[in-house]
Design a protein around this ligand. Structure first.
Ligand SMILES: C[S@@+](CC[C@H](N)C(=O)[O-])C[C@H]1O[C@@H](n2cnc3c(N)ncnc32)[C@H](O)[C@@H]1O
Ligand code: FES
Length: 482
């Protein structure tokens, strides 16, 4: 008979939990460290105009709490968690501290130091902010729940479009505002502060129209406005303005470019392939495309090197290497390793620039060619296909895997990285949307599922095919050449 599970005895004051864990019929005593205090900050968002904790500034409160908790070395004993609406929205931001059962209302970022010093450190709740009238709290919460149910019932009866559908339908509006701002290099122009007229003069735009866009960017939380002067938020200055080391503008211009392809989605679905857009053949398009690939792979490249390892690898063939980021990462991980990148002629000069800037010219060779047709060479220990298969049809991929197999030495590996669909192809969302990105952008590309990758691998003669999950949206499929 299985032993009966005993309820854990929680002694919050001593920050630990003692419980009896049933395991294979034996019972072990476990002592698990627990948090002394648990903080809940409501970060619920509501439709514009409706009162909510997030609209009253709970995200800044959360950020300040996190900072202050870290700074005072309390992270191991105080757990900070976000939570949804508690029906007290008019009194927000709401913060609850357990096990003390202290409810704070209308907390602002400027109150955080006092709460942390007095309550979290000194166990003395801040009386001026504590909401001690439990009956009033409960009444407000119940009234709110009742109103909410009545509103939902009335909307349902009237056949009103639900907010979730509204958000999907109008999702392009905020996206388009930001992409246009990036195209106009507005965040650089706003710099340390500019009026709409000054910004319009700098980029030769219409002042009335630009003011409308700048105001929308303020509403989206991407700029601030003070006395008619617009400023970058710290986030916008960091990611979108020239001069910042984390500026992603070059790569994001690729997203702005593919917007034009996505506007043809309806036609592409009718025809079964993307409609060519004129701007796609320009050198600027290619430059932004490769920059976007480089930004996307910055975090992934070290993860791929760690997952694949460098032991026993002397020669790597990096097909469609783009910015060369994976070859560069392998070369930097092992000085004796040599890589060969094969890419299209128009990309090769860009690849050469990236390889040179990384200082690995002696280890990384670059060759112009077509991976579907040209000789791939032989004797490689590793063939890389990072973000490649989604450009091609299933037949082309099968052919490509066979060609990769020929290029490998016995015991070599083919490493494929891509957004991998579930077997029924309805998820994950990023892979499903990316499949449409390939529909509008290529003749026969798509996202593919693990069974499809495995089928191409085994049909091409690879053995021990396995999937390696990486942090982030893409994973590896690895096959061994016998
Ligand atoms: C999506 S990017 C991936 C780049 C790189 N592997 C990465 O993950 O960052 C696809 C790359 O394949 C290259 N490419 C496309 N078709 C090719 C072909 N037929 N032969 C060689 N390279 C090709 C493109 O120029 C581009 O650099
Ligand atoms: S939004 Fe925070 S309590 Fe309702």
């Amino acid at each position: 008979m299985r032993p009966k599970r005993r309820q854990p005895a929680i002694d919050f004051q001593r920050f630990e939990l003692r419980c009896a864990l049933p395991y294979n019929g034996l019972r072990f005593k476990a002592r698990i460290a627990m948090f002394r205090l648990h903080l809940f900050v409501c970060t619920q968002q509501k439709p514009e105009g409706a009162p909510s904790c997030s609209a009253s500034g709970s995200l800044s409160v959360l950020e300040c709490l996190d900072r202050e908790i870290q700074a005072r070395g309390l992270a191991g004993e105080v757990q900070l968690t976000t939570c949804g609406c508690m029906g007290l929205c008019e009194e927000g931001p709401i913060l609850v501290v357990y096990p003390d059962g202290v409810w704070y209302r209308r907390v602002q970022a400027t109150d955080v130091s006092e709460i942390v010093a007095s309550h979290l450190c000194g166990r003395r709740p801040v009386e001026r902010l504590a909401w001690t009238d439990a009956a009033a709290r409960q009444a407000m919460s119940l009234e709110h729940a009742e109103k909410f149910r009545a509103t939902m019932a009335a909307r349902d009866k009237a056949g009103t479009l639900p907010d979730r559908l509204h958000q999907i339908i109008r999702g392009y509006m905020p996206s388009r505002c930001l992409l246009t701002a990036i195209e106009l290099d507005l965040f650089t122009v706003v710099g340390n502060g500019a009026t709409a007229e000054q910004a319009a003069a700098a980029i030769q735009a219409n002042p009335r129209a630009l003011a409308m866009l700048l105001n929308a960017l303020v509403a989206l939380g991407l700029l601030t406005k003070n006395g008619g002067v617009f400023h970058n938020t710290p986030e916008s200055a960091r990611y979108f303005a020239r001069g910042s080391k984390d500026n992603h503008r070059d790569g994001l211009l690729h997203t702005a470019n593919i917007w034009h392809r996505w506007s043809n989605l309806t036609e592409a679905v009718r025809l079964g392939a993307g409609i060519p857009v004129e701007r796609a053949s320009t050198p600027e398009w290619t430059e932004h495309f490769i920059a976007a690939m480089q930004y996307n792979a910055k975090e992934r490249a070290p993860a791929v090197v760690a997952a694949v390892g460098t032991a026993g690898i002397h020669r790597i063939l990096d097909l469609g290497g783009g910015s060369g980021i994976y070859s560069i990462a392998f070369a930097q991980a092992s000085p004796n390793l040599r890589c060969e990148i094969l890419d299209l002629p128009q990309v090769v000069p860009l690849t050469a620039g990236y390889v040179e800037r990384a200082g690995v010219v002696s280890q990384v060779a670059i060759r112009a060619g077509d991976m579907l047709q040209d000789d791939l060479g032989s004797g490689f220990d590793l063939v890389l296909l990072n973000a490649i298969c989604h450009m091609f049809s299933p037949q082309q991929n099968l052919q490509l895997f066979r060609r990769a197999r020929q290029a490998l030495s016995p015991g070599g590996r083919l490493v494929v990285q891509d957004f991998i669909l579930n077997p029924d192809k309805t998820g994950p969302l990023h892979a499903v949307l990316f499949s449409l990105n390939m529909l509008v952008g290529t003749g026969s590309g798509a996202s593919y599922s693990e069974p499809e990758f495995t089928y191409w691998m085994t049909s091409a003669g690879f053995t021990d095919v396995c999937r390696i999950n990486l942090p982030g949206p893409s994973d590896l499929i690895v096959g061994h050449a016998p």
